[in-house]
Design a protein around this ligand. Sequence first.
Ligand SMILES: *[C@@H]1O[C@H](CO)[C@@H](O)[C@H](O)[C@H]1NC(C)=O
Ligand SMILES: *[C@@H]1O[C@H](CO)[C@@H](O)[C@H](O)[C@H]1NC(C)=O
Ligand SMILES: *[C@@H]1O[C@H](CO)[C@@H](O)[C@H](O)[C@H]1NC(C)=O
Length: 442
Amino acid sequence: MGGHIILNFITTLILLFAIHLSTSIALDPCASNPDDSDLTVIPIYGKCSPFNPPKTDSSWPNTIINMASKDPARLNYLSTLVPQKSVSSAPIASGQPFNIGSYVVRVKIGSPGQLMFMVLDTSSDEAWVPCSGCTGCSATTFSPTTSTSYGSLGCSDPHCSQVRGLSCPETGTAFCSFNQTYAGSSFAATLVQDSLRLATDVIPNYSFGCVNAISGGSIPAQGLLGLGRGPLSLLSQSGSLYSGVFSYCLPSFKSYYFSGSLKLGPVGQPKSIRTTPLLRNPHRPSLYYVNLTGVSVGRVLVPLASELLAFNPNTGAGTIIDSGTVITRFVEPVYNAIRDEFRNQVKGTFSSLGAFDTCFIKTYETLAPTITLHFTGLDLTLPMENSLIHSSSGSLACLAMAAAPNNVNSVLNVIANLQQQNLRIMFDTVNNRVGIARELCN
Ligand SMILES: *[C@@H]1O[C@H](CO)[C@@H](O)[C@H](O)[C@H]1NC(C)=O
Ligand SMILES: *[C@@H]1O[C@H](CO)[C@@H](O)[C@H](O)[C@H]1NC(C)=O
Ligand SMILES: *[C@@H]1O[C@H](CO)[C@@H](O)[C@H](O)[C@H]1NC(C)=O
């Protein structure tokens, strides 16, 4: 009896010790991995993010529905990403009341480094951050005056001519200033340069926009890091450091405590990964186009006219992989055909919820077919988690895709975040390919 108690006591001690050990060893789950160039990719409304969900009802399905309601503005934005030379004012939806962008990464700017949580955007090139004194920005800003490595750039700087929305005078030695629209809001910035630190990598003299004024509510509060393929993007400005290669793995929307990872450079990328060619559109230099050749619902290859999926550099038509759109959007005839086949296979009645028009009672979920995206040389069968979303009450499941807004520019199919959860997506801009592999990243 006494021995039993002592044993219990010792067990308790060991347990307590173990718990103590694990809490003191456990790394901050929100910290960036300090050992290599992996960066954590944090869901903007996840635990590790400084941003709070916009609504009081912050269950994850409602957060997604709120976020997805901004997708039409995002698609408009993507449809207007033309090179700066031919830019004209674009039709843009009115500003939304909360910030756009789905994932943030921790970045340090300046010397000593100032921490910013910047939105990751694979469809933009420029980086920009709110600077101190900015009109309309939130409290966290970058302070140029406290950085010893800061410099401003003039209109004659080669990087200046690559900025979209440039507003330099024809002559003179003005600062390089530009105005841009982003997801229905606009901002005024000047191009500056300073050190950019990502995990342990430092890129000196990185050119980015110092935002001086914003109007509208959808400008990312702590700035944006452009991972596009155009001239001012991270890949272009980091030269040989990353050899034109990066990948990310986005965590599940459900496990919002967790973060995914951004791997910059060829080191540490998956050795065997199926790939599809990356297509270049000179009229949309930032975007990562791929060749979507078909979509299957269960075993049925959905009949789709090939011109609805075809890549056309002149009209901008085709399919891109994007990190800033929440749910995948297909041009209307493509979406309707996929949805009709899906409904056909799931017996039951259907209702709508937010952007989703194919919701059904969860008990029918076992009948829900898988969705397979066929790309040149690569078939991607979406895990169920990536094709269905559940209502916050849990009684409904919805097909988590939608039609692109039906306007004149509606030619673009966008493979979005929700469909990319727990996949490693690797962009190799030197060998022009995109690799996709399953990975549990949360
Ligand atoms: C840029 O934005 C600023 C501030 O909103 C405004 O004063 C300026 O006129 C704009 N410039 C151009 C060229 O649109
Ligand atoms: C960065 O810019 C500063 C000022 O323009 C210059 O003195 C310095 O040599 C540059 N550093 C690098 C690494 O290019
Ligand atoms: C896309 O795939 C289709 C079907 O295989 C092919 O006919 C077409 O040429 C491809 N387009 C590009 C731009 O590679």
